[in-house]
Design a protein. Sequence first.
Length: 266
Amino acid sequence: MIYPRILTCVLLLTLIALYANAVPPSPAGGRMLRLDETHDFVGTGQAWFPDKQFEGLTAEAWIYIEEPPEPSTFWTIFGQEGRFGLVLLHNPNSPINSLSLGVWGYDEGADSGLAVGGSLLPTRKWVHVVAIYDASAGKGADGKGGNWCCPGGHLIRSDKALRIGGIVPQDTVNRSHFKGKNLKLRGYIDEVRISNIVRYKGPEWKVPNGKFRVDEHTISLWRFDEAPWSGRFKDETENGYDLWRSGAMSVEAQGKLTTTWAKLKK
């Protein structure tokens, strides 16, 4: 009789540990994409709007940083080589070793520079992050942000894939880039929406509640609600820029608690 009791105790302790470390539901609900040292990014696998010059662009996502990265490192939340990006940076010079957002964009063939610092991010909490591009550009987190510089004009064309997570390659000789060691983040992303307008204007705005909607200005939206064995993540818009795994990726199998890892070929 003692063995069933011991087994029961072990199972209870395991369940308690799992729930103690479980990621809380994101404001968007549903499943989500997990990223870590092995499962670092997903991408379109084809050029994302290669012939389009955007006068305005808003890219946004819900992110959950499970563990802070090492100092002097950076990680791409989303971006497209040669066009735009939003990056998470760990600043070793900050008094609190803070995590912050960095944003960059290229307009009409010129380097529009980059902005770093500000928009401090917590760990183990869902955060709504935004990158905004128009005649000026900006970034923000949880409803607070602002514009930087004044690049002017349109974002240039790019024949590269759009990537979420990992590191977006950059021309480190001829254009501005984020310095530091690349990293592979331990965390989650739930829903990424890209719009062909400026949806938020600083210094403060209302944080979206619930799932992102598809409207006439939405040009890509990924919810990451697919089954854990899926190798593709659907673009909810009619533009059809689905995302594909890079190597082995994982999506949570049941709600917000990871229970199954799927290792798939591209």
